[in-house]
Write a protein that binds this ligand. Structure first.
Ligand SMILES: [Zn+2]
Length: 236
């Protein structure tokens, strides 16, 4: 664990556990359970700023517009887990997709499920090593972080407006297929609509996402980029 993460845990011990009625001495107390869950969340790779967030203390006004849809998913988390149903959370940059995905994983870990949180890049590095162009034709069972109950893949986007390479697409497809075959839910965040996902990542990935992930579009009042597109069209 990183120094910052250890400091976070120490702070929790000092500020919450020592003030608990058990004074941090009773390992069966709920303050300990919360501490152990925090450790799991940090180990799962949930961004430190979100490990303590839930739908009630959500402190991101941008994300608040989408709480209801996420709440519905969490309410039936066990059901969704059994059916292997994940989420495809998409919307423009800065409206809380990562926050919402973190919150779902926080709930899952609190309920005793295992979880991992990684960006698409981290995921690809884990599967392919650092060799560019490597195609993964089978997701090895030894890669434990991939076989968790709930996997978050954050930022399933084009990078710098470059389309993903064929090797990224086939590796991602293999991953999504392997997980969905085992009914393991995958939670994806993206700034692409499903139509853009199809054109960037291909039909197969889009159809896997459509079959196994419930779509949640984060609510925004005005999509700046659509506005720009509209102006361009009018010029023509
Ligand atoms: Zn306690």
């Amino acid at each position: 664990m990183h120094k910052k993460e250890l400091e976070y845990l120490e702070k929790y011990k000092k500020e919450v556990m020592s003030l608990c009625k058990c004074k941090g001495r009773d390992m069966t107390c709920s303050c300990y359970q919360k501490y152990f869950n925090l450790v799991k969340k940090i180990r799962a790779g949930i961004p430190l700023q979100f490990v303590n967030w839930n739908l009630n203390n959500l402190d991101n006004p941008q994300a608040r517009g989408t709480v209801k849809e996420v709440e519905e998913y969490i309410e039936f988390l066990k059901d969704n887990y059994e059916r292997g149903k994940g989420l495809y959370i998409h919307g423009i940059i800065g409206n809380g997709k990562t926050t919402l995905a973190s919150i779902v994983l926080n709930y899952a870990i609190d309920l005793g499920y295992s979880g991992s949180f990684m960006t698409l890049d981290q995921c690809m590095n884990l599967l392919r090593g650092r060799e560019e162009g490597t195609v993964v034709s089978e997701v090895k069972l030894e890669i434990e972080d991939i076989w968790v109950d709930f996997l978050v893949i954050d930022e399933l986007n084009n990078k710098y407006n470059l389309k993903p390479t064929a090797s990224v697409r086939s590796t991602l497809e293999e991953l999504l297929r392997s997980r969905s075959n085992r009914l393991l839910p995958t939670i994806i965040t993206s700034n692409s609509t499903k139509a853009i996902l199809r054109s960037d990542f291909g039909d197969k990935i889009e159809s896997l996402v459509s079959a196994y992930c419930r779509e949640i579009k984060t609510k925004v009042e005005f999509d700046v980029r659509e506005g720009i597109n509209r102006e361009k069209k009018e010029e023509k």
